[in-house]
Write a protein that binds this ligand. Structure first.
Ligand SMILES: Nc1ncnc2c1ncn2[C@@H]1O[C@H](COP(=O)(O)OP(=O)(O)O)[C@@H](O)[C@H]1O
Ligand SMILES: O=C(CO)[C@@H](O)[C@H](O)COP(=O)(O)O
Length: 494
């Protein structure tokens, strides 16, 4: 019974699952928190990985491991493999002006033409989240740091590299071998300088776009591996010490592609992820090229496309409500369910950290409809839940507008555990809502990828193992149009 490990190095924490490679049965798991913030020293990811591995009982007995991670983060390394500066994360908006500049530049001064050109080139219109915009910001705001950049990696790439034993001299057994960096199509497709459908579908880096942003392209970029291609082995001091030959390393994936693999998503499935980010995602054979910027046309972890609508404001909108009301997650849910659908007209537009979709990086949250009758804890709790979900419902509309079929909707991520979120989702989306069994679907997807890599190592061309995903409950649709009508009436007033 070989075991495999899946890692999710996400915005707020590191989660690890150890599963049976053949059946997918969960054997053990662990987790550890990351510091808060939109920029972070990657050593905190390494420390959290180490703590989560210990929390999971160690990884000596795993035959393969793969890492899913928050997308887009800029990990800039110097020639000695040292991090040049704290990593700028997907939710850092300081490169918003750089994004607008790059869009105009690719359109020869015409922003609309530039938006479509970026969507055609790499599947996405640039916003501050995308790595390429952070490189332009680095070039202009920190030229000395930009000059030191010898390699550019994403969070999951960098953690995979460290797990393999690489890193700066003195803090790694194998030293700073930058050309040992590897990644996968899904995470590469979120950089803004990788075309997952280029080179006749094989995928290719667009170094011309990297050069446009950074002013040069003589930097090492991680080798992009196939969906079940091994990227070396874990260093025995980290994982696989008790396994003959050590633990194979998978290419890893961006977290949303990992979740898609973990859920076994097929065309027609919609995943709504309520973590730090809010994500509405769908798989398809080929990506969209949405010049409006509402939909990102990324790659998934199986060789297909993964369309995403992503908001900056999701679970942490509810965290903010808990802070204001001084309640825990259970009391927040109870309060929210006390108020009626539509919260008697109290509406929160939840742009608490600016917003990515729509692209309003400088926006703030706004509360509308405050009256004596709606100045209650219950109404405030409900308005936060409804506002968060309305932003995602707009994203689902954008997917539909791109012709993406919507047949089954599943709710995942930390905030999906809330009974209030589950019930209000049936009202806001007006669709049946599938609640998968509670789990870490990004880490599960990484574990499934690890099992796929293990199978392919002895049987090239093997398919991904068919692990089953349990939908624990399906809630009936309960459409309440008033909720989105109220939201749409004030959303654009920010
Ligand atoms: N029952 C719950 N109700 C509301 N929010 C929750 C609940 N459980 C967890 N959360 C929130 O979910 C978030 C963590 O979700 P997760 O998917 O792990 O985030 P990420 O993957 O972005 O690190 C936190 O903001 C946490 O407060
Ligand atoms: O930016 C995106 C996708 O484009 C986010 O989905 C990040 O990948 C962060 O994920 P979580 O930490 O919220 O899971």
């Amino acid at each position: 019974m070989p075991l495999v490990a899946g890692v999710d190095t996400s915005t707020q924490s590191c989660k690890i699952v150890v599963r049976d490679a053949e059946t997918g049965r969960l054997v053990r798991s662990g987790s550890a928190k990351h510091p808060d913030g939109t920029e972070i020293d990657p050593r905190h990811w390494w420390d959290a990985f180490d703590a989560a591995a210990r929390d999971a009982g160690g990884l000596d007995d795993v035959a393969a491991l793969a890492v899913g991670g928050q997308q887009h983060g800029l990990v800039a390394l110097d020639a000695q493999g040292r991090v040049v500066r704290d990593a700028l994360l997907w939710n850092d908006t300081r490169s918003a002006a750089a994004a607008a500049d790059l869009v105009r530049e690719l359109g020869d001064g015409d922003a609309d033409a530039g938006a479509q050109a970026w969507a055609d080139a790499v599947g996405s219109v640039l916003v501050a989240s995308l790595t390429v915009t952070k490189l332009r910001w680095l070039r202009d705001a920190e030229p000395e740091n930009a000059a030191r950049v010898a390699a550019v990696a994403l969070p999951h790439d960098w953690l995979t590299w460290r797990i393999a034993g690489y890193g700066p001299e003195g803090s790694s057994p194998l030293g700073p071998q930058l050309d040992a960096l590897v990644t996968d199509r899904s995470d590469a497709s979120g950089t803004g300088y990788y075309d997952a459908q280029g080179a006749d579908g094989a995928g290719e880096y667009r170094r011309d776009l990297l050069r446009l942003a950074l002013g040069r392209d003589d930097v090492v970029l991680p080798r992009v591996l196939g969906p079940a291609e091994a990227g070396g082995r874990a260093h025995p001091s980290v994982a696989g010490a008790d396994v003959d030959g050590g633990a194979l390393l998978g290419p890893g994936a961006g977290d949303n592609a990992g979740a898609s693999l973990g859920l076994g998503m097929q065309t027609g499935d919609i995943a709504i992820s309520l973590g730090t980010s809010g994500v509405v995602s769908a798989v398809a054979p080929t990506r969209t090229a949405d010049g409006s910027g509402a939909i990102n046309g990324f790659a998934d972890a199986t060789g297909n496309a993964l369309m995403l609508a992503v908001t900056l404001n999701a679970a942490r909108v509810l965290d903010a409500a808990r802070a204001v009301l001084d309640v825990d997650v259970d009391e927040l849910a109870r309060l929210a369910l006390e108020a009626p659908a539509g919260s008697d007209g109290l509406v929160l537009v939840p742009y608490l950290e600016g917003e990515r979709t729509p692209n309003r990086p400088d926006a703030t949250g706004t509360l509308h409809g405050i009256r004596l009758a709606t100045s209650t804890r219950a109404h405030l709790a409900r308005a936060h839940v409804e506002g968060m979900l309305c932003g995602l419902a707009d994203g689902l509309d954008a997917l539909r507008a791109q012709g993406v079929p919507v047949e089954r909707v599943m709710l995942i991520g930390g905030a999906a555990q809330s009974p209030a979120v589950q019930q209000v989702a049936t009202q806001v989306f007006g669709l049946p809502i599938g609640i998968p069994a509670p789990g870490e679907y990004v880490a599960d997807g990484a574990a499934r990828q690890a099992a796929w890599v293990l199978a392919a190592a002895s049987a090239p061309g093997a398919d991904a193992p068919s692990w089953s995903t349990t939908i624990a409950r399906t809630l009936d649709a309960d459409p309440r149009p008033v909720v989105r009508e109220q939201y749409a009436a004030v959303r654009d007033l920010v």
